[in-house]
Design a protein around this ligand. Structure first.
Ligand SMILES: Cc1ncc(COP(=O)(O)O)c(C=O)c1O
Length: 492
């Protein structure tokens, strides 16, 4: 076969069809046969498999390469569709979106200009309009698809910075907000103290009183607050900042309100919980990650703004691509609104999802995981072996095993998490709360049952107990060396 035969062209449509079907068959077989979310493979072992591949000697045959892929990737991948994957904000994906993915990647439209996308630009615009309507952002709203919540937050901070007057810039964000806010500040050249973290109450939601105090303090010091960032769905606690109270304070101080709804955006389609986003319509900008709570494949995210004109801060004209005359000629393009130039047509996945399933069906899936998280919360709150931090409004639960000796708590929880992942029986996340190690369930899979959760809780307790017992046998060993010893003793 010549090199040219590998190109997707008029003449190779049949080969394209048969090659992709082979790949889909492999994935379908893997997905169907997955009996645990992870094999527990170590980075060292997998690194050997990957480095053994000679990239200068192609195998030529797709079946052979798919066999090789089993070894370097498929066998040991982390499978988010498995009901005992309970770790991060990764969702199982809906099949209509995968249909969209297959189409968009083969056609390979680029979303920068009309002459590279045509209908793609219009479809993305319809979805932005649809999302802005759901948010209630008003008639001037606009937005753009992005690569993820991090980029959406960065662009929001760029627009806010360009809209604010002179003075030392400050961003006020909840202490439970996402680190991409700090990263954005750094990328925008703001100083290390530009982001001021506003304390949260015991419910892990931003305290409006603390926000008021900081807004007044900034005014008195002549600091220019370029944005308040509220979070609708904190990554750890699944809590939603009190948006109406925060919006009142932003309005009183004339400050840009950005709502990071990367996680909570699924509530926009929830048949029962839309009210949890009350007040979001008052935001100047909103981040939504369809690849979290809309069950879309990575990447699929958007930034929405109340006043579409603010997107001009990302506009540069290039004669070869988007000359100014195109604006006069009313030729639509998205590059004028985006931080990216060449950009995937990710919007198609959401389009196919809405056209095949409809929004209520997506919202119903999200509702299910929120219900399941409530069950998990009750299970843990009623179990004397555990403590739970707070009740999530979405689908996380942050908790920890409580050994009789509190000094062993951090080690026991760290160990339990690692041991669980190494066994492959389940994957849970870890985080720290007030300086202590906790565990976290993030539930985004409606297939996860109450029985799965009970099972994982028991496994965590077993691992934690085994840590405590070993620790009690070696009371003089420092916790760091016990940690090293126990992790190295984990099953491979
Ligand atoms: C609240 C919140 N904002 C932003 C992000 C970043 O999103 P992404 O990973 O899509 O860049 C996350 C990721 O978990 C998040 O939870």
């Amino acid at each position: 076969m010549s090199s040219r035969d590998h190109l997707l062209t008029n003449g190779s449509a049949d080969r394209y069809r048969s090659l992709l079907v082979q790949g889909i068959d492999r994935v379908a077989a893997r997905v169907a046969a997955t009996d645990r979310p992870f094999t527990g493979v170590s980075p060292e072992k997998l690194a050997l498999e990957v480095s053994d591949v000679d990239l200068d000697r192609p195998l030529g045959d797709a079946a052979a390469v798919l066999d090789e892929l089993e070894d370097v990737y498929l066998r040991d991948a982390v499978y988010f569709h498995h009901p005992r994957y309970l770790a991060h904000l990764n969702c199982p994906v809906v099949i209509p979106a995968l249909l969209g993915e297959a189409v968009l990647t083969a056609i390979n439209s680029s979303m920068d200009t009309w002459d590279q996308s045509a209908g793609g630009t219009l479809i993305e615009r319809r979805l932005i309009e649809w999302t802005a309507d759901r948010l209630g952002l008003g008639p001037l709203a606009d937005g753009v698809f992005t690569s993820g919540g991090t980029q959406s937050n960065l662009q929001a901070m760029l627009l806010a910075r360009e809209e604010v007057g002179p003075g030392r810039k400050r961003i006020l964000a909840s202490a439970a907000g996402h680190f991409s806010v700090q990263k954005s500040a750094k990328l925008l050249g703001l100083g290390p103290d530009a982001v001021v973290l506003i304390e949260t109450g015991d419910d892990r939601r931003m305290s409006p009183a603390a926000l008021s105090r900081e807004l007044i303090r900034c005014r008195e010091h002549g600091d220019s607050v370029m944005a308040v960032v509220a979070t609708a769905g904190t990554t750890d606690f699944g809590t939603i900042d009190p948006l109406p109270e925060i919006a009142d304070r932003c309005a009183a101080h004339g400050v840009w309100l950005h709502v990071d709804a990367a996680y909570g955006c699924g509530l926009l389609v929830s048949p029962t919980r839309r009210h949890l986003l009350a007040g979001i319509h008052r935001a100047d900008s909103v981040t939504v990650d369809y690849h979290k709570s809309f069950f879309q494949p990575v990447s699929s995210s958007a930034l929405l703004v109340r006043d579409g004109r603010t997107l001009r801060h990302a506009t540069y004209h290039a004669d070869y691509l988007n000359p100014e005359r195109m604006v006069e000629q009313r030729i639509p393009n998205q590059v004028d609104k985006s931080l990216q130039t060449t950009r995937r047509f990710d919007a198609l996945k959401l389009w196919m999802t809405l056209r095949i399933m409809g929004p209520d069906a997506i919202g119903a899936l999200f509702d299910e995981v929120v219900d399941r998280a409530a069950e998990a919360y009750h299970l843990l709150a009623e179990d004397p072996r555990f403590e739970v931090v707070t009740r999530s409004q979405l689908s996380t639960v942050v908790f920890r095993y409580r050994p009789l000796d509190p000094a062993l708590a951090d080690g026991a929880n760290l160990y339990a998490r690692e041991a669980l992942a190494a066994s492959g029986a389940a994957v849970v996340a870890g985080t720290t709360v007030d300086g202590h190690q906790f565990l976290k369930f993030t539930l985004l899979n409606p297939e996860t049952s109450g029985a799965d959760i009970e099972h994982v809780i028991e496994l965590i307790a077993e691992h934690a107990v085994s840590y405590v017992e070993r620790r009690q046998c070696a009371p003089t060993t420092s916790s760091a060396s016990v940690w090293a010893r126990t992790t190295s003793a984990l099953p491979a």
